[in-house]
Structure formats: C-alpha cells, structure tokens
Design a protein around this ligand. Structure first.
Ligand SMILES: N[C@@H](CCC(=O)N[C@@H](CS)C(=O)NCC(=O)O)C(=O)O
Length: 217
C-alpha cells in the first residue's frame, strides 16, 4: 500500500473504544490518514437517542459530519473514504468490488458474526441473560460455523482482492471481528489458525495499534 498523508480537519466519531463496529470506523479513518477523535458514549444501555448522537436505533458508531449525524458503519466508512479522496487518490475495495461469490459470502459472514457478537455481548454479558437460552445457543452455533468457514477460505479471499489497495472493507471488518473475539470472548477462537495468522499480520500496522480496543471508553 502507498504511504497516505495525514489530514488536518478532525473527524468526530461518537462511539466507544471497546466497540467492535466503532473500531471498524476508527481503523478506517486511521488507515486513510484522517485525523479523528472519539466522542465516547458513556452508557450503552441508555434509551435516549440524543446520547447516540441522534441515532434512533440506539447504536454506535455515529459520524458527526456537515452538522448532521451519519448512522451505520459502512455509511461512515464510505464518508471517510470520500473525505480522504478529496486530498489524494485512494483505492478502497468495497463489497461491490469483491471479485467472486466466495469473497461476497465471506463479507456477508463477517457482518453476520459481528452482529452475532454484539447480540452475545449485549444479551449475556451486559444484559445478564442466560447464555444457555436457545436463542444464544443458536447464535453461537451459527457464529462458530461461520468462523470455521472463514478460517477455511480467508487465504483464498485475500489472494483474490485487487492488488495495490489502500484498504478493503473485508480485511478491516474481519480483523476487528477477530480482535474483538479475543477482547470480549464469547466463542473460543484458538482453533482458527488461519484467522489468527491473518489477525497477527494485519495487526502489526501502526493503524491497527493506534485503534486498539480498550475498556476505558
Ligand atoms: N448496523 C450498525 C450496528 C452497530 C452496532 O451493533 N453497534 C453496537 C456496538 S459495537 C451497538 O451499538 N450496540 C448497542 C446495542 O446493541 O444495544 C452499524 O453498522 O453501525
């Protein structure tokens, strides 16, 4: 990847440094050389949309941009990429650029596992609901099968990504998922050798280190 310079204007993301979806956006911003700051949401359990920067779904992250809140991680990443592209040419690989059904399935399963991880954390860890409930058992079974699938296919998917990219949504979402499973364990990850290798290699970048999960916000 080419060296990307750092921008002057600061991008504000409402979220938490412990949040899986927030990390995708901060890692995106960092990778694309944008100066960003996190406006922490103090309590994920509040029911007031104002606390979530106006997001009625009560979800983070939200990007504050043009005097408005932009909801949804992929929307935010695209807005960040547009901002970065105003300064220099960048190559980002989005879902529509994935070259085959294998890689499109891979992106779908990453998004699925991310949503499942949020359900497990919000339900069993923060909500204190029983982990043996059939709802959470099915969530874990589906997630583990998806992780096995990703472990078997990650190398082929990454090999098929366009060369010369500055970033890909697939790699950034997958990396954040694998790291979050280690940070907030819900299903065991030690058996996924290829995913582990990918996360170690991807996590060596300055951008990954600068956005590490933390419990303090
Ligand atoms: N579709 C949303 C999902 C975001 C999401 O699930 N965020 C989690 C934090 S990682 C959240 O807000 N959880 C609070 C909750 O589910 O109540 C997006 O793409 O941003």
């Amino acid at each position: 990847m080419a060296e990307i310079g750092r921008s002057a204007p600061v991008v504000e993301i409402v979220g938490r440094s412990s949040s899986l979806f927030t990390r995708v956006t901060t890692l995106f911003a960092e990778t694309l050389g944008l100066s960003w700051r996190l406006k922490p949401l103090a309590d994920m359990t509040v029911l007031d949309a104002d606390a979530f920067a106006g997001n009625p779904a009560l979800k983070i992250p939200v990007l504050r941009i043009d005097g408005e809140g932009l909801f949804g991680t992929e929307n935010i990443c695209r807005a960040l990429a547009r901002q970065a592209a105003e300064r220099q040419r960048i190559e980002v690989v989005w879902s529509e650029d994935l070259p085959n059904h294998l890689s499109r399935n891979g992106q779908e399963l990453v998004w699925h596992c991310m949503a499942a991880q949020v359900q497990l954390v919000m339900g069993t860890v923060i909500g204190g609901l029983p982990a043996e409930s059939p709802f959470f058992v099915k969530t874990r079974v589906g997630m583990e099968a998806s992780l096995r699938w990703l472990d078997s296919n990650v190398d082929r998917i990454i090999r098929a990504l366009p060369a010369g990219r500055d970033a890909s949504l697939f790699e950034i979402t997958l990396f954040c998922l694998i790291e979050h499973l280690a940070f907030r364990p819900t299903v065991p990850v030690r058996d996924y050798q290829r995913l582990g290798d990918f996360a170690v290699a991807f996590g060596a970048s300055d951008a990954a280190r600068a956005t590490a999960f933390r419990f303090d916000q």
